[in-house]
Design a protein around this ligand. Structure first.
Ligand code: SF4
Length: 247
């Protein structure tokens, strides 16, 4: 009898230790803790002020495993967002589109007029050029994912403001975490500056793979820039060829 109760006691301790271990693993490998951008503590506090978007769903019971992010969940979290003033002037929120498991994600700056009208990213003239670039890479739009730093159009296509980026970017971080691409292609100055936390001009950083939290990030010119400067198309072609080699 005494031996039986010893065994039961040991078994109980073992189960408790195992539960504790699993719970800790869940925390240290959670998507949010793995992909935290530089300066994120500030952004994170911003999110927390807004009701902690990461946990807008009912909080899991203490010790339960966290489920990985998925794009649908990120979209639901974003909702009909009114977190920044751009919500008052947009026609449509432009979340992003493409494969939820894409190996390559293009990140631009913000929706323009046509994107705002349609609620889809990169569908204006610059978008048509991006589509041609994607096809020239031997891919279809549906095979990659396309989105922007900001999900709503700044009036008159003005440059994004710091506070708008700070409010909106956490959703991009979550999108990237959910998709888990091998390569991110940052299109233009704002996307590169925001993702890489750099003030370096796009001309000096384009064409090189840089590190974005363990992922390869290739900065290149924005297709809108190519429409104004067609000579730069060959540079973008060089950049995307480097991406193709890896894909
Ligand atoms: S730009 Fe981003 S943060 Fe601002 S309203 Fe649109 S979705 Fe919300």
């Amino acid at each position: 009898m005494e031996r039986g109760s010893d065994l039961r006691g040991e078994l109980k301790d073992l189960v408790a230790a195992l539960k504790n271990h699993v719970s800790n693993e869940g925390d240290s490998f959670s998507p949010v803790s793995r992909l935290t951008v530089k300066g994120a503590p500030v952004r994170r506090r911003e999110e927390e002020k807004q009701g902690d978007l990461l946990e807008s769903k009912p909080k899991a019971a203490a010790g339960a495993r966290k489920t990985p992010l998925n794009l649908k969940g990120v979209r639901e979290d974003l909702g009909e967002c009114t977190r920044c003033p751009l919500s008052r002037t947009r026609k449509n929120l432009v979340f992003g589109e493409g494969s939820a498991t894409a190996k390559l994600v293009f990140v631009g700056e913000a929706p323009g007029e046509e994107e705002d009208n349609q609620g889809r990213p990169f569908v204006g003239r610059a978008g048509q050029l991006l589509t041609k670039i994607i096809h020239a890479m031997g891919l279809k739009r549906e095979e990659v994912y396309i989105c922007n730093i900001l999900k709503c159009r700044p009036p008159g296509n003005r440059n994004p403001k710091e506070d708008e980026i700070a409010t909106c970017e956490p959703f991009l971080v979550k999108q990237l975490e959910a998709i888990n691409p091998d390569i991110i292609c940052a299109l233009g100055t704002f996307a590169a500056k925001t993702l890489l936390r750099t003030e370096a001009p796009i001309s000096s950083i384009r064409g090189k793979f840089l590190d974005y939290h363990g992922r390869k990030l290739m900065p290149t010119y924005h297709p809108a820039y190519l429409l104004r400067n067609p000579d730069a198309k060959k540079l973008v072609w060089e950049d995307v060829q480097k991406i193709m080699k890896i894909l």
